[in-house]
Write a protein that binds this ligand. Sequence first.
Ligand SMILES: *Cc1c(COP(=O)(O)O)cnc(C)c1O
Length: 402
Amino acid sequence: MKKTTGLNRSITSNWRPATRAIRGGTWRSENGETSEALFLTSGYSYDDAETVAARFAGEAEGMTYSRLQNPTVAMLEERIALMEGAEACRTQASGMAAMTAALLCQLSAGDHIVAARAAFGSCRWLVDSLLPRFGIETTVIDSAIDREWDKAIRPNTKVFFFETPANPTLDVVDLQYICDLAKLHGITTVVDNAFATSVLQRPMDFGADVVAYSATKLMDGQGRVLAGAVCGSREWIDEVLLPFQRNTGPNLSPFNAWVVLKGLETLELRAMRQSESALELGRFLEPRVARMLHPGLPSHPRHELALRQMRATGPIFAFEVPGGRQQAFALLDALELIDISNNIGDARSLMCHPASTTHANMGEEARAEMGVTEGLLRFNVGLEDIDDLKEDLDRALSAAGL
Ligand SMILES: *Cc1c(COP(=O)(O)O)cnc(C)c1O
């Protein structure tokens, strides 16, 4: 049966991921529109008082208020869940709103969390500065050493929190090992999958409990909106995340949800093509720089693992120039095509200096521990012609004396 209107969502179960990215979560109105409708509404009206009472009591399906549900937002949530292989998903206003919700909804004073050292600057701020203010103990470890996770576990450890590959040093975590370990100890794994998305890596296939996203990055993919998402079991989303989300209100706007829906339609094409170009540019750059951090290249310490758990290694990599900040800035300033920009996942090629931007606020010591050196540059490879990108890099490397 091909349902063209109404709220029938049952026909999607056999679809393969690429079909889900285009068709999943489409609820057509009576107009039969092909592209999802944008419902810019904060409230809803009802035929009678009984209807609204039943909806508030949870006895009838239907919208009540856009902090609780919105049709456009719900379409995006359903599509992301289908792509992820998750039972449920809820979206938030940004990646950081997603990470904050995913952690605060389940942690209380007296709990303990183990987090990866290599992480996005704001994710580290949550762990290092915010959680301890509420009496939550935190341990930060080198996530690429499996035994470090075992060693950090305490009786009150509730959550493992990590990115893989991590921002900006591309550390790769062994998903199977860490998820198995967490299960053994009743610990909830929260994986920030922003660098990969479900197209390149599906942490739930390895047993991850919660997958959280900055949808600002590859999912939108065209540098337009901020968005976040949290995926989990139906029970976890409904009983753990939703009470937090509905009452604190980090919601995604319907307009931004609609933009991300459009982004998802081309996610697979973009992620695969950008991964391919990133690999070629990584190979091109490697002989001319001091250090290359690219999970797709044999020089990465966890190259084999990355190939095992990822379909392709993504558009983002980092490299170090020997001359520190001065040489890194010289290279950036000599770029003509590639933008100096701290965003990632964009169809445009962008390069940034993490030590003075995304990781500037975390202090020199934490940066040094993470390997965010003064000569480190992070590169998001876009969809431009690879030869134009090579020419731009070649010119900038020469201008910087490399
Ligand atoms: C960008 C990013 C975030 C934060 O997402 P925003 O949408 O900018 O709030 C979190 N984690 C990782 C790995 C990121 O790259």
